[in-house]
Design a protein around this ligand. Structure first.
Ligand code: SF4
Length: 346
């Protein structure tokens, strides 16, 4: 496989394509990020160069193979990668029309969180920076300007940190999408080493952590990552991140019926937070076929949220978007032989 040029910075494009004039790399970079789908459209490049590039260089390594739109407007696209594997990305739009791309960092995931469909796939492979960037480009070409990016699709971003870091450099680049670091969120299941790597080397984006349970034993059972990244270590890493950024975290709390939805569970969350600045995002579990959980009822969800509020924990409740298309939290997965119409098909 050749280098994927959508994952390169302007000067790297010049070097990779051996362009005689260095500024051509910047022109190509700008075109890629302003919607050009082919070299032919890059009208400020000499015709001969365009022809040569079109003949010898692949502009995009992936393409949309399927698109489904939920009744709430959430769009899920399946991208076919150059080697035939698939990943999914989701476009969410809020009431104010602000668009957020929820993108994948890996095909599959090795973390094995037991409530998550992606976790049942295992890890297929890391995505190249260009494959990450292309999700954003293809979504914005299709649905218009996207202002926010969340790494909450398939995969654990901190387990593919170098490539995620490079993609963020491109998202943040003034000649590219130019998205502020405060508008980019990495969501992790709690890899302490990765959080510390961000503390040391950046980028200092917003961080969301899938907490799911603040009880060590329960969390070990639900999220095997806890076995090597205890809650205590996780909390200390979050403190280090907060000392550096002074930014509030989001703690994602997928509420699993009968598992982590009692008053005592809310109290443990309070204890875990201590003096961290954090908001808890309560997400009633989205049913996913084959996973051994049940949805918490409306009443249970309300009672859990209220208990957190009583304990003075800042809390939000995520509106369930994309459920009808398996595009909601924890529902992304591509089973390549699936007959389920809401799984990505070909
Ligand atoms: S929740 Fe995230 S980290 Fe856990 S298995 Fe799913 S994709 Fe991987």
């Amino acid at each position: 496989m050749k280098t994927i040029i959508t994952g390169l910075l302007p000067e790297e494009i010049s070097a990779e394509l051996a362009l005689p004039q260095k500024y051509r790399g910047k022109q190509i970079f700008k075109w890629i990020h302003s919607g050009a789908l082919s070299f032919d459209e890059m009208t400020d490049l000499p015709v001969k160069l365009r022809e040569e590039l079109a003949e010898n260089t692949m502009l995009f390594s992936s393409g949309i193979s399927r698109e489904v739109i939920d009744s709430d407007g959430t769009a899920k696209v399946t991208l076919k990668l150059y080697d035939g594997h698939f990943v999914e990305a989701v476009l969410l739009e809020d009431e104010r029309g602000r668009k957020t791309a929820c993108i994948s960092s890996q095909a599959g995931c090795a973390m094995g969180c037991t409530f998550c469909r992606t976790g049942t796939m295992g890890l297929i492979r890391n995505l190249d920076p260009g494959e990450i960037v292309e999700q954003y480009i293809l979504l914005s070409n299709k649905y218009g300007k996207i202002s926010n990016i969340v790494f909450m699709g398939m995969g654990e971003p901190l387990a593919n940190l170098e490539n995620v870091r490079k993609s963020i450099e491109i998202f943040h680049h003034p000649e590219g999408p130019h998205i502020g670091l405060r508008k980019i969120t990495i969501s992790t299941c709690g890899l302490v080493e990765g959080i510390d790597d961000l503390v040391q080397h950046g980028p200092l984006v917003k961080l969301a952590v899938s907490l799911v349970s603040a009880d060590e034993e329960t969390r070990e059972r639900i999220m095997p990552v806890t076995l090597k990244n205890s809650l205590d270590h996780l909390k200390r890493a979050l403190k280090r991140y907060q000392e550096k950024t002074n930014r509030r975290f989001t703690l994602e709390y997928v509420l699993l019926g009968g598992i982590n939805d009692r008053r005592i569970d809310a109290e443990k969350v309070r204890h875990f937070i201590g003096n961290l600045k954090a908001v808890v995002n309560v997400i009633p579990w989205n049913p996913a076929e084959g996973l051994p959980y049940k949805e918490p009822g409306e009443e249970t969800t309300a009672a859990f949220t209220e208990r957190l509020e009583e304990l003075r924990v800042p809390v939000t409740r995520r509106y369930r978007r994309g459920r009808g298309i398996n595009g909601a939290c924890g529902q992304l997965a591509v089973f390549e032989n699936s007959t389920d119409p809401s799984d990505s098909g070909r």
